[in-house]
Design a protein around this ligand. Structure first.
Ligand code: SF4
Ligand code: SF4
Ligand code: FES
Length: 264
């Protein structure tokens, strides 16, 4: 039974060349906010409200979603200016006495309404040096539980790119040419911390290609992660330490040269 009514201000707009997305990131100036009234039901999430709008006033409202269970990462948007999953944001956690503003994520080019072009992330992902197993027989691999648990946290990532959206290096300074962003620091950490990974060029990649030096550990990415991955504390800071060890610590350099220090 309907208990209340919410007012939504939903961004409506389209990039001129919507196949490639707008070049201006957020799509500001490409559209405007439209007001909708939506009856609020018990247990409702913001994605339900977008579906209500599609089913009533605006069947052409573009919104990307798949699972409605906070697991596919496709319904990322901004709710009252905060990066959120539309399917995870409960209506009863929002103030209903003022309009709820729903807009597309700002760090990536607009395609239409709430849908953005996040394909840059897939190109970045493909460029990452892959896992390379140690040469010994996999049947004989012996690993400590702690070494498995550590990178396991990073495997929870659902690629929602909310961390990419909130990171000021990508969002405000648009340094996609020099910084991979927190999502890929998580992936790089999961590979580099794997106890059976044999690659020795990944730390160089993290420094020079992924641009970890541009992260100033503001922790905004950690705050928005819907999987509660401790992006900064558990991925980025240890990776920064590995970069320092490998490139700037003369003692570690000496020990490595003598075969007495290993990255894992
Ligand atoms: S901690 Fe680093 S990666 Fe995360 S939002 Fe801040 S600058 Fe970006
Ligand atoms: S690390 Fe968290 S916020 Fe970033 S893409 Fe993965 S699940 Fe989303
Ligand atoms: S619809 Fe899959 S995460 Fe929201």
């Amino acid at each position: 039974m309907s208990t209340a009514e919410a007012t939504f201000h939903v961004f409506r707009g389209e990039a001129p060349d919507s196949e490639n997305g707008s070049e201006n990131g957020s799509g500001e100036n490409l559209g405007e906010f439209q007001e909708y009234k939506v009856p609020v039901e018990e247990g409702m999430v913001v994605l339900d409200a977008m579906h209500y709008i599609q089913g009533t006033d605006s069947p052409d409202l573009a919104v990307r979603w798949n699972c409605k269970a906070a697991k596919c990462g496709s319904c990322s948007a901004e709710i009252n200016g905060k990066p959120r999953l539309l399917c995870k944001q409960r209506m009863d956690d929002l103030p209903l006495d003022e309009p709820i503003v729903v807009s597309p994520i700002k760090a990536f080019p607009l395609i239409k309404d709430l849908v953005t072009d996040v394909s840059w992330n897939y190109k970045m992902n493909a460029a990452i040096p892959p896992f390379e197993p140690k040469e010994e027989d996999t049947d004989k691999w012996e690993v400590f539980e702690d070494d498995v648990v550590r990178p396991q946290e990073f495997r929870k990532c659902i690629e929602c790119f909310l961390c990419q959206d909130v990171c000021h290096v990508l969002r405000n300074h648009d340094r996609k040419d020099e910084f991979a962003g927190p999502r890929f620091m998580v992936r790089l950490a999961s590979l580099d911390m794997h106890p059976m990974d044999a690659r020795n060029d990944r730390v160089k990649y993290i420094k020079e290609e992924a641009g970890i030096g541009l992260c100033n550990i503001t922790k905004c990415c950690t705050e928005v992660c819907p999987e509660d991955i401790k992006i900064t504390d558990n991925a980025i800071i240890p990776m920064k330490e590995r970069v320092v060890d490998e490139f700037y610590d003369p003692v570690m350099k000496l020990l490595r040269g003598m075969g007495l220090a290993h990255k894992k």
